[in-house]
Every structure is written in C-alpha cells, then in structure tokens.
Design a protein. Sequence first.
Length: 119
Amino acid sequence: MSKIMTIEDSAFERKAIINMLAKGNYKEVVEAETGEEGIELFKKEKPDLVLLDLRLPGMDGIECFKKLKKEDPRVKVIIVSIVTRQESVDECMKLGAKAYIMKPVTQKKLLDPIKTILK
C-alpha cells in the first residue's frame, strides 16, 4: 500500500483530503501543516506521493517543492491549490509536478491522478 503525505495549512482541507484518500483505499497518510514540517516529515516517512498546497505559512509551496526535490529528485508531487496564476502552474510543472489540482478538491479530481501516478 502506498504512503501519501499531504502538506496543507488548513485543518479542514487536510481532513477532507484524508477522507477522500480513505475512500480511495489510501489509508497510510501523513500530514503536515507547513512546508518546514512537511520537509522534516518527508525525510522521516519517505512517502510515495506528496500532495502540496502552494499557499503555506512561512515557506511557500514552490520553495517547499524545491527542497523536496533536493531531498529526493524522484519525489512525486501533485499540487493541490487555489492558486491559478499561470506562472505558478508553469513553475510547478517545470519542477516536475505530476498534476495540478485546483481547489475545491473533489474525490474524482483527487483520486484519478493518484491512481495513474502510483501504478
């Protein structure tokens, strides 16, 4: 079974994502509230996939993504964000994001790319 990490500052959004993952049979989920916390947890937990918000307190999602890539160049990241600026989307895709999911998140929008990426 795959381990998924979500880095999301909103407790409500984290809970919603974890519930959607559970419905998709992804039960091994770790969560972080900030980019800094996410990087430390990533080092310890070695998840198969990271769901990353771009708007985070302190270190933003793009900076966090860069640090995750430095830690593991093969890291699989899906951006889950309300940020729609094309420059942000483009930068994330250049960094190697596997998908970019716009909030509000639905179960289908979340689980379809995850299934494809974790095959």
